[in-house]
Write a new protein. Structure first.
Length: 616
């Protein structure tokens, strides 16, 4: 947590010296180069009204422009998107946004106030909520009107909190009316991706890469980004991705293994960024299926999971144990006094014994398989995203932990898109899973009062019957949903009380089993481009970095063969030190040294290639 605060302070210092509008010095900064980053999976949808994964979100953030953006302290400000400013009526119920002029779509068509109106009218008119990304705020909207050629107003039935207007109106991407008015928004595949954001879509090879070019008519920076293009490479092998980071084939990589991070920290051309992020890892137990819908069973499972061990051995120490209320442990809306489920195998077994769920379970030796009181064996398929190595390690650990309470897990690795559809996340309503290990990204519970509504409102998206990944039902679900909706019309002080009550119910009834908040470690190259900007949450690969990165001046002296040889030797020596350190400090992992030997030889080869090949 200290690192998070220090990173945030550093970010604020950076921002205090940085003007968002860089037009004054654009012409003095060299342009060109390709920013290349690594992803591990591809998108499931390119429709901005229907996106469902962080990969979908990531692609469309390159293409589309909202009215306003948040800065790195989660504050909203004019001229960060299409809005040059806004006014609020004296009664606080009407907001008027002024829209920038001389904005163009990627196909050359001018953006007008009609595009902004068209986008929000689509949401507002969708009273049956066929658009999965429709916000609750449109239910409280009484009028959306074009004021003039550069202004649009939104009138609400009550005084909406500023944070809600900014997040639920301001952050919505604007789409081009001349394209979307000719199609059915609910089914449009949107493969051409015409927006007005900083990047123009050029090419996509599914499962391989995305390529974008600079939008030179981008309205917030004359000439567009300083970079010529950006490439997203999908590399499933983290070792391969790290090798390409070392050789300079990629510039940014998130969450390589601990040993590779140590090597990155030895490389003068690579920096690392450590931060807790708004990403909670959780266990989803499909409550449409018995006996997952038994509360005491879920509580026993929670007691049986050694979360600290998961963090240390599966996620290499990157994380912090979460509370059962599903809120991040910082910010104004966190409630610390919720039900706690400390790791306690004895307590877990006591709960199951008390339920009479014995079967062949031997309470003395702690061996056997439990069944419910109606004879249903506690045997479940455990699913996770097979391309996530950390989740794979967690699967084997959780499988062993469950055997301590007489529960058998059959491991079921699968790819993300398949699992997400089986869980109902695409709206499939299949719910074809028993247990699933997943994460929730962009949680926002540290700074936005509507975070619980996004998760638990039965008339919303995630918590609705059409998506509802958990199958949660009953009085607790209704109570949490009602509380989360009441927050939207409450002042901030009362909203905190409502959210505290809701967190206590969630912590008691466990619709999800929250495990821990994750730490992200990004590795990024600093030898070709300068100007990376980041906060504690976003990491280096963000909008502000895209707009600020530019070439470093070429060195005035050439690298001699002697210099290369010295660097090579230093790399091998430092790598050998890492091997010895790892062997001494990670007892019980006999393959650690062997793995690092392989990595070191790869690192030496990477350095050779880096020095010998031409700069991209």
């Amino acid at each position: 947590m200290k690192n998070k605060k220090l990173n945030l302070m550093a970010c604020l210092v950076i921002l205090s010296f940085m003007s968002f509008n860089t037009q004054a010095f654009t012409n003095q900064i060299p342009k060109g180069g390709t920013l290349t980053v690594v992803w591990h999976d591809d998108v499931s949808s390119l429709n901005p009204f229907y996106w469902s994964t962080s990969y979908d979100l990531g692609i469309m953030n390159h293409i589309y422009e909202p009215l306003i953006r948040q800065d790195m302290n989660y504050q909203y400000f004019p001229n960060s998107g299409l809005a040059t400013g806004w006014d609020i009526s004296p009664d606080g119920m009407t907001w008027t946004f002024a829209i920038a002029e001389d904005v163009f779509w990627h196909d050359g068509t001018p953006l007008t106030i009609s595009d902004v109106n068209f986008t929000h009218q689509l949401y507002w008119a969708d009273v049956n909520e066929t658009l999965t990304r429709r916000s609750w705020i449109y239910d409280w909207t009484t009028d959306i009107s074009v004021v003039n050629s550069t202004a649009i107003s939104f009138t609400f039935s009550y005084v909406v909190a500023h944070a809600d207007v900014f997040a639920e109106i301001g952050l919505w991407w604007i789409v081009p009316e001349h394209i979307w008015s000719q199609v059915e928004p609910t089914t449009f595949t949107n493969t051409e991706l015409i927006g007005c954001g900083p990047w123009v879509y050029e090419e996509h090879v599914p499962g391989d890469f995305w390529r974008f070019s600079r939008f030179e008519d981008y309205h917030l920076q004359e000439g567009g980004t300083h970079l010529a293009e950006k490439v997203i490479k999908m590399i499933h092998s983290i070792e391969t991705a790290f090798f390409q980071l070392q050789t300079g084939e990629v510039d940014h990589l998130v969450n390589p293994p601990r040993d590779l991070i140590t090597l990155a920290e030895l490389d003068p051309d690579i920096d690392t960024h450590h931060a807790l992020i708004d990403d909670i890892l959780y266990l989803a137990m499909n409550q449409y299926r018995y006996p997952n819908n038994e509360l005491r069973f879920r509580q026993a499972v929670m007691h049986a999971i050694n979360i600290s061990e998961l963090i240390e051995y599966a996620f290499e120490g990157r994380g912090e144990v979460a509370t059962s209320g599903m809120s991040m442990a910082y910010g104004p809306y966190f409630e610390p006094n919720v039900r706690k489920y400390d790791f306690n195998v004895s307590r877990a077994n006591e709960i199951l014994d008390g339920m009479g769920w014995l079967g062949t379970w031997n309470t003395t030796t702690g061996e056997g398989l439990r069944t419910t009181d109606n004879g249903t064996p506690l045997v479940f398929d455990y699913s996770w995203v097979s391309t996530w190595e950390t989740s794979t390690r967690a699967a084997y650990l959780i499988q062993a932990m469950m055997s301590n309470i007489g529960v058998q897990l059959n491991l079921d690795p699968t790819i993300f898109t398949t699992l997400w559809d089986r869980m109902g996340g695409t709206g499939s309503q299949l719910y074809d899973y028993d247990w699933a290990f997943m994460d929730w990204i962009e949680f926002w519970s540290d700074h936005h009062p509507s975070w619980m509504k996004w998760m638990f409102d039965v008339n919303g998206w995630w918590g609705s019957d059409s998506i509802n990944l958990i199958g949660w039902s009953g009085a607790n679900r209704t109570a949490v949903s009602d509380l989360s909706v009441a927050v939207t019309t409450a002042n901030d002080s009362y909203a905190k009380e409502l959210l505290s009550d809701a967190q206590k119910i969630v912590g008691e009834s466990l619709p999800y089993l929250p495990l821990f908040w994750s730490e992200a470690i990004a590795c990024y190259r600093v030898d070709e481009f300068t100007g990376w900007l980041m906060d504690y949450n976003t990491g280096p690969n963000n909008y502000y970095s895209w707009m600020n990165l530019h070439y470093i001046a070429e060195p005035t002296t050439e690298i001699t063969e002697t210099t290369y040889e010295t660097t090579y030797i230093e790399t091998v020596i430092s790598g050998t030190t890492v091997i010895l350190t790892s062997i001494l400090t990670v007892p019980g992992e006999s393959s650690s040294g062997f793995t690092l030997v392989s990595v070191i030889f790869g690192s030496a080869l990477a350095l050779y290639i880096k020095r010998k090949r031409n700069k991209k």
